[in-house]
Design a protein around this ligand. Structure first.
Ligand SMILES: C[S@@+](CC[C@H](N)C(=O)[O-])C[C@H]1O[C@@H](n2cnc3c(N)ncnc32)[C@H](O)[C@@H]1O
Length: 348
């Protein structure tokens, strides 16, 4: 059962123009939380959805910073923002004995020319003027009024959930006991897991698991992970990395992604070798992916998803495979000589 829908806002990482929006919506789909997309602005997604969606998405996403309840929208001039605050029924929001704080966040230079700290105090002053019992607590407020300035407007919100930021940076490949340079940043690994439709309790598979970067993120969200790799050094390293984080490594084994040692999986995300820092063991990436998708088709139920990362030089059309339909593709620049193409396929 889900609560009533209202307008909610997610603030997103600014590292990619498309993938964070899809990640949010994929998480909601996987938990069957109903939503309707209302708008996409720079680093902001506005949905009609139950407020609890904020907590569900923020807890699991790799590229979402915050989830908020939207109170009002206005033009982005300070005068319009203050007028919009004045029009709110603030007594309903700041109940007696609750403290508050105000933050204004400008996205991608959209707050240029606006004195953000002055605007914060003006909003705070207006709230105090309107709600006589309201008290300010900057350290640990009960209510955080969070105003986002993006594109041509201001979104007046109440913060509902904020992402824990540190975990991703301490899980970077260089901090693991077994390091391999082909392992991607944990945020992207997490996002790929989410784009595969995985959720708590899913039987999640990474058939080219390498040093375990994707498995780690699937394990942290609570999936039952299975990993295979042809290279015994990699499976050993992957187990070491999972164990170092207290995650289950018992289903990581040596195996060929083209002949997998399991019967079924709910979701699959993987980063097959490109023949640069990780070996394709003599096969072209494309041929290898086709052979593995042929095998994956027999493991996945209709509607299950596969999220793949390939180099951008591999066209999406080259990945079309019997039994699968392409849902989405995204480009993610890693560095000058590598842009990843993230492809989401669904089992027909
Ligand atoms: C890009 S790396 C995976 C990186 C991984 N996500 C990580 O975090 O380290 C690709 C992996 O595929 C493995 N591989 C190559 N051919 C394979 C095959 N046919 N079946 C399974 N694994 C294979 C390589 O040994 C390599 O570890």
């Amino acid at each position: 059962m889900h609560g009533e829908s209202s307008r909610i806002v997610f603030t997103l990482l600014g590292n990619n123009a498309t993938i964070p929006y899809s990640e949010c919506e994929s998480i909601l789909d996987s938990y069957k939380i109903p939503f309707k997309e209302l708008n996409r602005l720079d680093q902001v997604l506005i949905l009609s959805a139950p407020v609890e969606a904020c907590r569900v998405v923020v807890k699991q996403a790799g590229m979402v910073r915050r989830g908020c309840a939207l109170l009002a929208e206005s033009e982005k001039t300070p005068a319009s923002i203050i007028r919009a605050i004045d029009d709110l029924n603030l007594n309903e929001v700041v109940k007696p004995h609750l403290s508050f704080a105000v933050r204004v966040k400008g996205v991608k230079g959209h707050s240029e020319g606006i004195d953000v700290s002055r605007l914060e105090s003006e909003i705070g002053g207006k709230i105090k003027e309107r709600v006589k019992w309201a008290s300010v607590n900057l350290e640990n407020p009960d209510i955080l009024f969070y105003t986002i300035i993006t594109n041509d407007r201001a979104l007046l919100c109440i913060n509902v959930a904020r992402a824990e930021e540190k975990g991703f940076s301490i899980r970077r490949p260089g901090f693991r006991p077994f390091f391999h340079p082909s392992s991607m940043h944990p945020r992207l690994a997490r996002t790929m897991v989410n784009l595969s439709g995985a959720k708590v309790g899913s039987r999640f598979l990474d058939p080219f698991c390498g040093s375990g970067g994707i498995l780690i993120e699937a394990g942290i969200i609570g999936c039952d992970m299975i990993g295979t790799d042809l290279d015994p050094q990699m499976t050993k390293g992957s187990k070491t990395n999972l164990q170092a984080l207290g995650l289950n490594s018992s289903n990581v084994c040596i195996g060929d992604a083209r002949h997998m040692p399991i019967r079924e999986a709910d979701a699959l995300a993987t980063d097959p070798p490109y023949g640069r820092s990780s070996s394709t063991k003599g096969r072209e990436t494309c041929a290898l992916v086709h052979e593995f998708l042929g095998e994956a088709a027999s493991l996945l139920k209709t509607g299950s998803k596969v999220c793949l990362s390939v180099p951008s030089s591999v066209e999406t059309s080259a990945l079309m495979s019997k039994g699968f339909k392409v849902l989405e593709t995204h480009l993610v620049r890693v560095h000058r000589s590598l842009t990843r193409r993230i492809v989401i396929l669904t089992r027909k």
